[in-house]
Design a binder for this molecule. Structure first.
Ligand code: NIG
Ligand code: FE
Length: 410
């Protein structure tokens, strides 16, 4: 173990009080230079938090003096989960639709209209309260960064207010005016695309970092998807795409062509799609394959083949897709467990995908990895190792969460 970070603050002026977190039985850093194996694992470890950052990581016996001390109680510690795909700006729920599905009805994008009606009728305060409830639920399950999207307003005003609410809670905000064609434009999809790429984009772009489109039969075809993403890009938004969820289609190819940060779902892929994602992994602006197992679980659909993507060399992220229709879970541990048991991922691969993979899908280098200088986002697990996230599905193993250096839960 290198001793280069022997002091908590080096010669820099301290950025805030220092806290030593010690008695960590198993620490996953995702930084091989700070530990052994691909996940950079350290045993009997400690780390120092200074302000909102990690200042030092190493073996307990070498820990520097700090202002205060937190005993991790022998927990395993992992980077806070990065949930890079969710839809939390909504009102109402779709219990009836779920019930019907569980008696054999298939999932269809048409259910989105139910949520659009409820969301339009909700006040800003109600939208904010629902968002806060789900963000709090996520933190309790170890998620320290959440991306979230509009897409249930589908008018310029309703989309913009959803994004305003989101932007007051997270930096990772996505404009999804192209979720489905708004009901008012059912007979005029091109007119709706003109709205999404015109006045709606003007109203939404100031509040968002990303632009997304649902490229699918029943939503937006390849040409319309491309038009939406290119318009967003011209306004400074970076694309991400709902791609190949319900059937094969052009979504993944468009995502890679436009250097989107991620192609999400990736359930129905051709060999050419897999090759495109694999080649993109080493491109200057890679497209991450973001897999959303909660969606297949909740729609009783075949899971995406993570093994095929990983073996080809694609970068894979895992995320909840938390939304009231296709995947009403906020739990990254649940997604890890399903990905390991149903999608051919090893526990190490799934943990990486839920942390560093999510960070890659958001093009962030300050999260998803624990190393000096990274944001101090930690999830403490009541388990001897993070393999238990998959080994003990449904068990609330997250006991303590630190977000940007602050004790957020536990
Ligand atoms: O990612 N696929 C499109 N959007 C969501 C589902 C939205 C809904 O059913 O309300 C998804 O699965
Ligand atoms: Fe989604």
């Amino acid at each position: 173990m290198s001793d280069t970070h022997r002091t908590a603050t080096g010669n820099r002026a301290p950025a805030g009080p220092t806290t030593l977190v010690t008695n960590i039985s198993h620490l996953t850093t995702n930084d091989p230079s700070h530990g052994t194996g691909p996940l950079g694992t350290l045993r009997d470890a400690a780390l120092v938090i200074e302000g909102d950052r990690i200042a030092w990581i190493g073996e307990s016996s070498r820990a520097p003096a700090t202002d205060s001390h937190h005993d991790a109680g022998g927990c395993a510690v992992v980077p806070g989960f990065v949930d890079s795909h969710s839809h939390l700006l909504f009102a109402g729920d779709r219990t009836e639709e779920f019930n019907a599905r569980m008696t054999g009805r298939p999932y269809s994008a048409g259910g989105i209209r139910t949520t659009v009606a409820a969301t339009r009728a909700a006040t800003d305060e109600e939208l904010a309260a629902t968002l806060d409830r789900h963000l709090a639920e996520m933190v309790r399950q170890g998620t320290t960064t959440t991306e979230t999207k509009s897409g249930y307003g589908l008018t310029a005003d309703d989309e913009a207010r959803a994004l305003r609410v989101a932007a007051s809670r997270t930096d990772e905000v996505t404009y999804l005016g192209a979720h489905i064609v708004a009901p008012e434009y059912a007979d005029d999809p091109d007119g709706y695309v003109a709205l999404v790429t015109g006045p709606m984009l003007d109203a939404c772009a100031p509040h968002a970092r990303w632009i997304d489109a649902f490229c699918e039969r029943g939503a937006f075809d390849g040409d319309r998807t491309r038009a939406v993403l290119e318009a967003g890009r011209a306004k400074g938004l970076t694309p991400r795409v709902h791609a190949n969820q319900l059937g094969p289609g052009p979504g993944v190819r468009i995502a890679v062509d436009l250097a989107a940060a991620s192609a999400d779902h990736c359930t129905h892929l051709t060999d050419a799609d897999v090759d495109a994602l694999a080649q993109s992994a080493t491109a200057p602006e890679p497209t991450v394959a973001t897999l959303l197992p909660g969606c297949e679980f909740s729609t009783r659909s075949p899971y995406p083949d993570a093994r095929r993507l990983l073996d080809a060399g694609a970068t894979v992220a895992l995320s909840t897709d938390c939304n009231p229709g296709s995947s009403f879970t906020s739990s990254m541990p649940f997604c890890i467990a399903v990905a390991v048991r149903e999608m051919g991922m090893t526990p190490d691969e799934a943990l990486w995908a839920a942390t560093a993979g999510g960070a890659a899908a958001l093009r962030r280098t300050d999260i998803g990895t624990l190393r000096p200088g990274a944001r101090a986002d930690l999830a403490l697990l009541d388990a001897p190792s993070p393999v238990h996230l998959a080994y003990r599905p449904g068990v609330p193993l997250v006991t303590d969460v630190w977000q940007a250096g602050r004790h957020a839960w536990g």
